[in-house]
Design a protein around this ligand. Sequence first.
Ligand code: HEM
Length: 147
Amino acid sequence: MSSTDNKVLTLSEVRELADDKNKCIMMIDNNVYDITRFLEEHPGGEEVLKEQHGRDATNAFEDVGHSSDAREQMKAYKIAKLDSNDTKNSRPTVVDNSKGDTRDSSDESGSSWTKWIIPLVIAVAAAVIFKLLSKPGQDINRPPTAI
Ligand code: HEM
């Protein structure tokens, strides 16, 4: 855990930070990043990042389909979380899974397991039904036992 884990910035504080045009500050998924140091290293180039300065770059970031390596890398540039009062307004174009709920990103793990649990249940049910149906013709070979 880094010291930035507990830091929270409001949208106006982020905007103040972004007044410094020599920096590159952006919000992705309700976290605030200072990626000034990363500009030159970014495989996608500096320009695309500079365009997002002071903005919510969640959509732009997701549209590229960044690798898990990229997601790992970005943690090093996180400076704070976005204040939960500001999370809705800052990402108006993002499809909001939490229906306006502004709890933190631990919600996401909740929604991701639901994606595979339904197919899993269906697969298990199908396997059980298949097993029941394919039991070698017990009823045919074995006469009913007299009581
Ligand atoms: C801290 C934030 C970011 C990090 C750490 C990061 C990192 C990376 C990395 C490692 C790659 C190489 C491909 C991959 O591994 O996915 C990449 C490619 C790229 N990134 Fe980013 N990125 C960040 C933010 C952004 C943003 C906000 C945008 C869009 C505005 C963007 C646009 C691109 C583009 C266009 C590519 C090139 C994709 C390609 O050539 O296939 N990145 N980024």
